[in-house]
Design a protein around this ligand. Sequence first.
Ligand SMILES: O=P(O)(O)OC[C@H]1O[C@@H](O)[C@H](O)[C@@H](O)[C@@H]1O
Length: 244
Amino acid sequence: MIFVSKKSVFDNKKAIRGGIPVVFPCFGVWELGPQHGFARISKWSLLEEPTKDSNGDVKAVFELSDDDNTRSLWNNKFKLSYTVCVMSSGLFTELSVNNLNDSEPFSFTWLLHTYFAVPDVTKCTISGLSCLTYKDKVDEGKEKKEVNDLVTISGFTDRVYKEASENHVITNVAGGKTVLLKKSNFPDTVVWNPWIEKAKSMSDFGDDEYPYMVCVEAGYVANSCTVNAGSSYTSSQTIDVVSK
Ligand SMILES: O=P(O)(O)OC[C@H]1O[C@@H](O)[C@H](O)[C@@H](O)[C@@H]1O
């Protein structure tokens, strides 16, 4: 269900090219640090060991706190926690951030950069985007309106859909399955496929892998989210397999 490139590497400098990289505290190009922030290239610690409940669902919680490196880029005290629950029907992931500053609020953007594995990206459809305004990052960031009921991919695609539906149905995912992506407190949705030329330019992505993935990314990215000192914010997504 989830794509990982054969050429992916993890060296604490680049994110894994696949899975669900956690984008925080900045989506996209970041003037203070690496693209998509530091969370996806940081080493997280295990806060709660994996446990299995009576349904057989397995849950674990990971944590990332500020340190000298994060404060040198983004001078805030924070605790991020990431809950992952692997269920028989799907996958639940939840991000929470606590602002541990003494008095200063902080603002961030964040996103779960989910890579779906697909047998042929041109045969996938994505619902929940119709009539929305999106920023087309492959056309100078122009604002456009989505005219299709179902979005399909037939070329280089990099779009930020603002205030998208909380539910996206994605068809023709691995094994021809249909998947429901449910979001909570992630107002926006990014759709990305690098296609031929961009694929060739990425050293950690095979030239011939672009037909076999699509990123549908739940995010709080079109505007930033502000959290006061002593407060927290939580966003989550559930990926459910709804048909075989
Ligand atoms: O190569 P990266 O840093 O993992 O980013 C991949 C893509 O991630 C998407 O979320 C962005 O909208 C794209 O602009 C970007 O190219």
